[in-house]
Design a binder for this molecule. Structure first.
Ligand code: MG
Length: 375
């Protein structure tokens, strides 16, 4: 498989390169935002045909740095789109962070590349247009997000008679805390996730159950399921990555160590299974598995995501843009922890709803919400 890897220097990107190396695969394309040093090292090691940095200044430095090689260097938004539709690639692993991944995901699907999707925001914001484009070009979207990969793996047993999809959530570091206690959470506290090793945005999202909200909207589009048939259960051990419940009462679950290399690899090798550098699960060591209902009062991001999912259209883009800006403000010390869901709620009360948005509508919705004062 010839893969174009978008977001190669991030947490998923570097784990994807490790998995690909073990499989004997070399990326055809590497793209990242602005890390000249890291992508230069990756380019020298993996020798792709094309590398891209979205930041044009950084792309110029990279071009100088790689002048002694025959690797083409591109930059800017056009460069990312070129990376996503590069002719020599037959699959695009989109591990970009945030709404920025939507247009490259669309470009990949429109140029008939299999889309291996780790960038959940592409579906959260543009689920309607991205899934429609994939239907038009008959291109599969294979999830990399661990919960969605789990459901995708369970669904290999059968797509008929599904009653419910059940997303598991670790509950994050503040499980059991009430609103008052959560008010004192600092970025340092929120950046420590008990089970998963992830980038800063998704770690903060997890601590708020906001990540599960994004994943609910992602699952709705990916599996064509209405939100009322997707539920969330807190499972602190992160051993069961998600489940499918069938009409007859049978439930299928996918289990494993909490290690992103497994879902990354399954997306690449699907439908085959190969040995993986990821950690393995020891059931006896795992011991007891527990489950509880999410606390919708302490963590209002999740019910707000249900509301956005039910509205559909451009509501996902509103939810996401408000979340991205509020989490950014929190990390910069400019916004309290409990203020994050309040800013999402505010945005959802102020936007103009569009049932069948175009890409332009989604981009405008995103700009509108990012421009809000939030008070
Ligand atoms: Mg996930």
């Amino acid at each position: 498989m010839n893969i174009s890897l978008l977001g190669s220097t991030g947490s998923i990107g570097t784990q994807a390169l490790e998995v690909m190396s073990a499989l004997g695969l070399r990326p055809k394309v590497l793209a990242a935002r602005r890390s000249v040093k890291s992508i230069e090292e990756q380019a020298r090691r993996y020798r792709p045909k094309l590398v891209c940095l979205e930041d044009t200044g950084a792309a110029r430095s990279l071009k100088t740095a790689l002048a002694d090689t025959d690797i083409r260097v591109v930059g800017g938004r056009e460069g990312v789109i070129e990376a996503a539709s590069f002719p020599a690639a037959d699959a695009v692993l989109n591990a970009m962070v945030g709404m920025a991944g939507l247009e490259p995901a669309l470009a990949a699907v429109k140029s008939r590349k299999t889309l291996l999707l780790a960038n959940k925001e592409a579906l959260v914001c543009g689920g309607a247009i991205l899934t429609a484009a994939a239907r038009d070009t008959d291109v599969p979207i294979i999830p990399v997000d661990s919960e969605h990969s789990a459901i995708f793996q369970c669904l290999q047993a059968g797509k008929q008679g599904i009653r419910k999809l059940i997303l598991t959530a670790s509950g994050g570091p503040f499980r059991g805390w009430n609103r008052e206690r959560l008010a004192g959470v600092t970025p340092e506290m929120a950046l420590k996730h008990p089970n998963w090793n992830m980038g800063p945005k998704v770690t903060i999202d997890s601590a708020l159950l906001l990540n599960k909200g994004l994943e609910l909207i992602e699952a709705m589009w990916l599996f064509g399921m209405p939100p009322e048939r997707i539920s969330v259960v807190i499972h602190p051990q992160s051993v069961i990555h998600s489940l499918v419940e069938y009409e007859d009462g049978a439930m299928l679950a996918q289990l494993g160590a909490p290690d992103m290399r497994v879902p990354i690899q399954y997306a690449i090798t699907y439908p085959s299974r190969k040995p993986c550098p990821g950690s393995r699960l020891d059931l006896v060591k795992a011991g007891t598995l527990t489950f509880e209902a999410p606390d919708m009062t302490a963590f209002p991001s999740l019910p707000l995501a249900y509301s956005a999912a039910e509205r559909g259209g451009n509501a996902g883009a509103v939810f996401n843009a408000a979340a991205e800006t509020a989490v950014g403000a929190f990390l910069d010390g400019k916004c309290g922890f409990n203020r994050i869901p309040e800013r999402i709620e505010y945005a959802l009360s102020r936007y103009t709803h569009i049932d069948n948005p175009t890409l332009q509508d989604i981009l405008e919705t995103d700009r509108f919400v990012r421009g809000m004062k939030g008070d």
